[in-house]
Design a protein around this ligand. Structure first.
Ligand SMILES: Cc1cc2nc3c(=O)[nH]c(=O)nc-3n(C[C@H](O)[C@H](O)[C@H](O)COP(=O)(O)OP(=O)(O)OC[C@H]3O[C@@H](n4cnc5c(N)ncnc54)[C@H](O)[C@@H]3O)c2cc1C
Length: 408
């Protein structure tokens, strides 16, 4: 009798799965406002990679080889404080071997242009950013150097300009990047609060030129998305900070929504609400470096309910017209028709159209999620009015890292 196992009676081979997981220690829950971990359902995930490029931290790009029957359940993942360890050296690395990595890269190339409305690459002349230097486990400590209300006292919306100083701690940033703030204390589930993300409002060389500090534009959240009273954990913590307080900061985040260094580049900036922060940062950088040969013009479309609710309103109206063409739209001025950035873009089609075909133009869209589609449709209309093929213009802008969208 042969010593080999009868192939018909041998145990069925166990199917292996390259399980997609999200690292709860690195994830900053940028698209949710509850304290839960982001999780991936192994029964649903097909490894298409569509979710990977938009993740600002890379937390989403984690993989473990497991037997299909032992796949980590979503309930288990909800409870994790950290990822399970890799069991063997074979499981090191994000994927499992070269074939898998290539497969994932192919998917990435195929999927990113479909899932992202903006570019997935930075402008060609952008400075290379630093990302993820500080994590929840090892945050940087900043000291509050300033904190004041930006919006008029009569306005219901309370928006603060907060300056954080890093002292001797290295914290290099670029315009368009964001940071995470870790509020002190614990969530109702007993776990530490997760970090919240805030866009930087300062140029790379500091809120105050030459200083190792950054600034944030923070809206105090006093009701939830349905309008019910709710005190936002992190926004209230930040808005109530005093000079000298210490804040735990992680990041920086973001490697594509960056400004070009090319001095002839034109910036077409379209934003609402807190989306003003990166536009202030870029405008500030260009202003400081005008004398160094930066000659490309800036055009800004910015909307708010009223001028009292517009952060940085005073600064914008004082900037010279030959430097920045700022068009402010208001949607709730008594006795006046509602005007949004989309309306302003269409009204100014004669000025915006030529910018769309100029290879030096870089377009930035930032604000609440709801604005994204309306703005892109308005740009399409402007292009069509100038006889341009929007699909082609759009494809060129994205391929060359000249159309960036950051909405939340
Ligand atoms: C990429 C990115 C950039 C961001 N940049 C900024 C920024 O520059 N400035 C800024 O102020 N915020 C910014 N945010 C939002 C910020 O990260 C927080 O989500 C926000 O401050 C609310 O956090 P919280 O802890 O105060 O509220 P939470 O305690 O998380 O939420 C309290 C309640 O309010 C609801 N809620 C949360 N946020 C809002 C909101 N904005 N409006 C109405 N209801 C809300 C929640 O659903 C919840 O019911 C950004 C978010 C992302 C993803």
């Amino acid at each position: 009798m042969s010593g080999s196992i009868d192939r018909w009676n041998a145990p069925a081979p166990m199917a292996m799965l390259n399980q997609h997981l999200i690292d709860p220690q690195v994830c900053i829950r940028c698209n949710t406002h509850d304290a839960n971990n982001y999780v991936v359902n192994a029964q649903v995930c097909n490894g298409c990679m569509a979710c990977v490029p938009p993740c600002p931290t890379g937390a989403i790009d984690n993989w473990r080889q497991v037997h299909e029957a032992d796949a980590n359940s979503i309930d288990a993942q909800f409870a994790w404080g950290e990822l399970p360890p890799r069991e063997s050296p074979d499981q090191q690395g994000a994927g499992v071997g070269v074939a898998s990595a290539l497969h994932r890269l192919e998917h990435l190339a195929a999927s990113s242009s479909d899932v992202l409305r903006g570019a997935s690459v930075p402008p060609g002349s952008a400075t290379r950013p630093h990302v993820n230097l500080y994590t929840c486990d090892a945050p940087a400590t900043a000291i509050v150097a300033d904190n004041y209300r930006l919006t008029d006292e009569s306005a219901a919306s309370d928006i603060h300009h907060i300056v954080l100083d890093f002292g001797t701690t290295l914290f290099p940033v670029l315009e368009g990047q964001s940071v995470g703030v870790v509020p002190p204390g614990v969530a109702p589930n007993g776990r530490p609060h997760h970090a919240r993300r805030y866009l930087l409002a300062n140029p790379r060389d500091g809120e105050r030129r030459g200083c190792n500090n950054v600034s944030l534009t923070v809206k105090r959240v006093t009701c939830d998305h349905e309008g019910n009273p709710a005190l936002g954990v992190c926004s209230n913590y930040l808005c109530d900070l005093h000079k000298g307080d210490r804040v735990a900061v992680i990041g920086p985040f973001g490697s594509t929504f960056l400004m070009p260094n090319h001095p002839g580049s034109r910036l077409l900036m379209i934003c609402t609400g807190m989306g003003a922060a990166p536009m202030r940062a870029m405008t500030g950088y260009r202003r400081r470096h005008r004398g160094d040969g930066a000659r490309g013009r800036l055009m800004l479309f910015f909307d708010a309910r009223t001028s009292q609710k517009l952060p940085y309103f005073g600064l914008l109206t004082k900037l010279p017209k030959d430097f920045i063409d700022a068009d402010l739209a208001f949607s709730r001025v008594p006795g006046r028709p509602k005007r949004y950035v989309q309306d302003a873009l269409r009204e100014r089609a004669a000025d915006v159209g030529p910018w769309l075909v100029d290879p030096n133009t870089h377009v930035y869209v930032c604000g609440l999620k709801g604005m994204e589609e309306g703005v892109l449709l308005a740009l399409r209309d402007v292009a069509q009015r100038h006889g341009l093929d929007w699909q082609q213009v759009w494809a060129d802008l994205r391929r060359e890292g000249r159309l960036h969208v950051e909405t939340y």
